[in-house]
Write a protein that binds this ligand. Structure first.
Ligand code: NAD
Length: 260
């Protein structure tokens, strides 16, 4: 098992990609803190995944944009399991508007969840990783960390920002054995994307089928969605890589939508 007894914090793990990463880590023997906005869904997911084994999970209530909530959640995990080995900063939302129509409050909300969330969870976990001279921090980027699409100014800005943050962290963390990397998925069918399809159809004045075929998948090599399992496999690679050679990187998993 690649993550036996490793303590992993995955944010936004009650749903979608975060849940899939938690599931993959538990298959590899990890102890996973399922952190999400509300305790009940986090606990439900943790119970389901714990029952699966061989690893184990616990639910944690954590709004990643709230410093006190993040610090409290991380302290609870450390108290229960003695440290943090892996952080997956995954919690995220999508809000689509043209720039001229983007409500400032919604711009700030999106940046707070993606960027403040990455900063606050990293800041809270680092002392525990530095104490052990080891750790892996993984940020959930997107193809939108490298590409742009209309209507997604806040999201594209946030995801580009994560690349810079991960690069600084990889330089600061190196002497303490802490690695930082970014996963950049293409479109994955999760509640976040299901919500976007009708919103984009309305905003662009096209059908929902056209959003999927012409907006979401037109640039891929095979017109396929990336899957949660695809993303979880990359998250396992970054978490379990055996040396500091793999740091400061961003890996695109998108059916060839973006190639570099
Ligand atoms: P999702 O909506 O299924 O899951 C997101 C989770 O984050 C939810 O459980 C939600 O409750 C939680 N969350 C939202 N705000 C939070 C907060 N303030 N604090 C803690 N938790 C919070 O979405 P998903 O598609 O699984 O997205 C997960 C990540 O993957 C996001 O960062 C997203 O930007 C990224 N991503 C998604 C896709 C895709 O196509 N689905 C593609 C590339 C990147």
């Amino acid at each position: 098992m690649k993550l036996k007894d490793k303590v992993c914090l995955v944010t936004g793990a009650a749903s979608g990609i975060g849940e899939g990463i938690a599931r993959r880590y538990i298959e590899e023997g990890a102890r996973v803190a399922i952190a999400d906005l509300k305790l009940e869904p986090a606990k439900e997911t943790a119970e389901q995944l714990s029952a699966m084994g061989p690893g184990t999970a616990m639910g944690v209530a954590m709004d990643v944009s709230d410093e006190a909530a993040v610090n409290r959640g991380v302290a609870d995990i450390v108290k229960a399991w003695g440290g943090i080995d892996v952080l997956v900063s995954n919690a995220g939302i999508q809000i689509v508007h043209r720039i001229e129509d983007f409500p400032f409050a919604e711009w700030k909300k999106l940046l707070a969840i993606h960027l403040d969330g990455a900063f606050l969870t990293t800041k809270a976990c680092l002392p525990h990783m530095y104490a052990k001279q080891a750790g892996s921090i993984i940020f959930m980027g997107s193809v939108h960390a490298k590409e742009a699409s209309p209507l997604k100014s806040a999201y594209v800005t946030a995801k580009h920002g994560l690349l810079g943050f991960a690069r600084v962290l990889s330089k600061e963390g190196a002497e303490h054995g802490v690695r930082a990397n970014v996963i950049c998925p293409g479109f994955v069918k999760t509640p976040l994307v299901d919500k976007q399809i009708p919103e984009q159809a309305k905003a662009l004045g096209i059908s929902e089928k056209a959003v999927v075929e012409q907006v979401m998948l037109s640039g891929t090599v095979d017109k396929e969605f990336t899957t949660i399992e695809d993303v979880a496999e990359i998250a396992l690679l970054f978490a379990s890589f055996p040396s500091n050679a793999l740091t400061g990187q961003s890996l695109v998993v998108s059916h060839g939508w973006y190639m570099n």
